[in-house]
Design a binder for this molecule. Structure first.
Ligand SMILES: *Cc1c(COP(=O)(O)O)cnc(C)c1O
Length: 377
């Protein structure tokens, strides 16, 4: 059985008429750049996250960058984050002319290890960005406690964690700002590029609103040098439709993950994801860890099963960040995980038959490799 990694057509099919109607409304009202559809989505999304304000922007990358700019991060500053993330987290720091300072991840949750945080803080540290990788929140209480004691703002990279919970609180609503991506493949995805910052701080929301619109507080009156990072109207309208389906999608992802856990959990060669008791994982990505990952990926793909790697190279080892001088061995947990992570198909519309097929093939691929690993031992 062929199983795609992601099936957006299956996801959109049941809501297709609502999506078409939403797009038609935007065309009929010519509200293409920001405007009332974006404003409506901002209210709905802030409420969904249990926060006061949401500011729609062009992408998750914009959300991170403008949050840091609005917090005053600039040249010579350091911002702490993890190497196990998508490049955008570090890029946003660099685009403020600040320097990313990496902290390794916890081996079970794959998120910022709070035990390593304090040692990474210097007088130059201007923000901390925990990343809720794969849809599970970082262990926020100790992170927030250390940050508060040092007077450093925490910006959550919640780009993979729409609707995830931490001790009853929603991802994105715990730090001074929470950054979301609505890239089409995310748990809440637009039909194009979009992002948002969620915050309880009205002043910060206002700064980000000004920065996303060329620094204008009033049309053609520019109090700051900003950028064009507005959310477009069609994405706002589409996201209002899709937000209503987010919780149902997350519940399905969670139950698919439990089935994968059940089918794969007893195979010693496979490390299944750990859902920390402090919260609720929304499984944007269902990543297992295996040895000889690249061969397993190839074997799965030969069988028609779409797998992926998030991410093959940790950010500190990317060519673009060679200048930071972090070598192999600096962040051992992130590096080991990057070699072993294998993301299996995960989307709400997966069927049980597909999940069984993926699990069966994965176990076959692993067991056919067993003699080799025995030789190595
Ligand atoms: C997707 C993603 C981003 C960037 O979002 P875009 O909308 O693609 O700009 C940032 N951080 C993480 C962890 C992501 O997964």
């Amino acid at each position: 059985m062929k199983v795609p990694f992601l099936d957006l057509s299956a996801h959109h099919q049941p809501m297709r008429e609502q999506l078409d109607a939403a797009i038609r409304d935007v065309i009929d009202s010519n509200a293409f750049a920001s405007g009332p559809f974006v404003a409506a989505f901002e209210r709905e999304f802030a409420q969904y996250c249990g926060s006061d304000f949401a500011v729609g922007v062009g992408s998750g990358t914009d959300a991170l960058w403008l949050s840091l700019l609005a917090l005053g991060v600039g040249p010579g500053d350091e911002v702490i984050t993890v190497p196990s993330t998508f490049m955008a987290t570090a890029e946003a720091i660099s685009c403020c002319a600040a320097r990313p300072k990496f902290v390794d991840i916890d081996e079970r949750t794959y998120t910022l290890d709070p035990n390593l945080l304090e040692a990474a803080i210097t007088p130059k540290t201007k923000a901390i960005i925990p990343v809720h990788l794969f849809g599970q929140c970082a262990d926020m209480d100790p992170i927030l406690e250390i940050a508060a004691r040092r007077g450093i703002p925490v910006v959550e990279d919640a780009c993979q964690a729409h609707g995830a919970l931490y001790k009853g609180r929603k991802a994105g609503a715990m730090g001074v700002a929470g950054c979301f991506s609505f890239y089409p493949g995310k748990n809440l995805g637009a039909l194009g590029e979009a992002g948002a910052v969620v915050t309880g701080d009205q002043g910060l929301a206002e700064k980000i609103r000004i920065l996303r619109d060329h620094g204008q507080h009033r049309k053609y009156y520019h109090s700051k040098i900003g950028w064009n990072a507005r959310m477009d109207g069609i994405q706002g309208a589409v996201l209002s439709v899709k937000l209503k389906h987010l919780d149902v999608g997350n519940v399905k992802r969670h139950s698919h993950a439990l089935l994968y856990d059940q089918l794969l959990g007893e195979t010693l060669e496979i490390i299944t994801p750990f859902e920390a008791p402090y919260g609720r994982h929304v499984y944007h990505v269902y990543a297992v860890r295996v040895q000889n990952r690249n061969q397993v990926l190839q074997a799965m793909s030969d069988k028609g099963i779409g797998c992926a790697i998030h991410y093959p190279i940790p950010v500190h080892l990317q060519d673009a960040y060679r200048f930071l001088g972090c070598e192999k061995g600096c962040f051992p947990v992130a590096e080991t995980c990057a070699e072993e992570f294998l993301s299996l198909p995960m989307f709400p519309e997966l069927t049980h038959a597909q999940i069984h097929a993926v699990a069966d093939e994965l176990k076959l691929c692993i067991s056919s490799r067993r003699p080799v690993s025995k030789c190595l031992k």
